[in-house]
Design a protein around this ligand. Structure first.
Ligand code: ZN
Ligand code: FE
Length: 239
């Protein structure tokens, strides 16, 4: 499985996912259809599927142009309004790319219907705006209890699992993490690494479950109320 980031807007990543054996390609959260189509074309990849994690326009705004251009089939959360949806997904459903199989888990919090797509054999998960490197999505629709539960489900994946998030928020998250856990050496080291990467405009993703367990204060929160307090503090934090 080859996974390529397509930067879009100020800080979004659209992910192109390609399976060599079948030559099938999927695109995750094409907020900008032209950007996704352009990168696929450069690589000679034909997009056959769109996978959406949640309804926000910066994730679905390119659905229709991708579908009109390529005939791609669109899969996304069944509980949300997804432009052009063909296959509504819910907890326990599977998606396929060639012979690779992904499973759907529901991870409410950022939105109520938000899903993540997990390819266990590949050690890959597409997590949308639920978990970010060293941070998590804002609670637009769900409760702290829901989001905390969703993060814990992702953090319980095998520690080598690579997590593909939908935004480049890592540096701001790292600064908050260092503020939230001043004694955490892993956070201090990762902040320096991320600063160096961003100084060169390099991508900081994917992250891994192991890294998040060690350096993500929202994952590390002991319970939902500690999580809620951290989320509130982050919302007003200015580095
Ligand atoms: Zn979002
Ligand atoms: Fe987003």
């Amino acid at each position: 499985m080859e996974i390529v980031p397509v930067p879009a807007f100020a800080d979004n990543y659209i992910w192109l996912v390609h399976d060599d054996a079948s030559r099938e390609t999927a695109v995750v959260d094409p907020g900008d259809g032209a950007a996704a189509l352009g990168e696929a074309k450069r690589r000679g990849w034909a997009i056959g599927q769109v996978w959406n994690t949640h309804w926000h326009r910066d994730h679905t705004g390119g659905n229709l142009v991708v579908k009109e251009t390529t005939g791609a089939r669109i899969s996304g959360p069944g509980g949300e309004t997804i432009p052009g949806i063909d296959v509504p997904l819910a907890e326990g459903d599977t998606i396929r790319l060639g012979r690779r199989v992904g499973r759907v888990i529901e991870v409410p919090g950022h939105t109520l219907g938000h899903i993540a797509l997990i390819f266990d054999e590949d050690g890959v998960a597409f997590v949308g705006d639920t978990l970010f490197a060293m941070g998590c999505g804002r609670l637009f629709e769900g409760t702290p209890e829901q989001m905390y539960g969703s993060l814990q489900r992702l953090a319980e994946l095998p520690e080598g699992t690579r997590l593909y998030c939908a935004h480049e928020y890592t540096l701001a998250n790292a600064r908050f993490a260092a503020h939230a856990e001043p004694g955490n050496g892993a956070i201090a080291r990762r902040l320096a690494e991320v600063q160096e990467l961003r100084d060169h405009f390099a991508i900081t993703l994917p992250t891994t479950v192991a890294q998040e367990r060690a350096t993500n204060p929202f994952v590390r929160a002991a319970n939902a109320s500690d999580f809620a307090a951290l989320r509130t503090a982050k919302d007003s934090f200015r580095s």
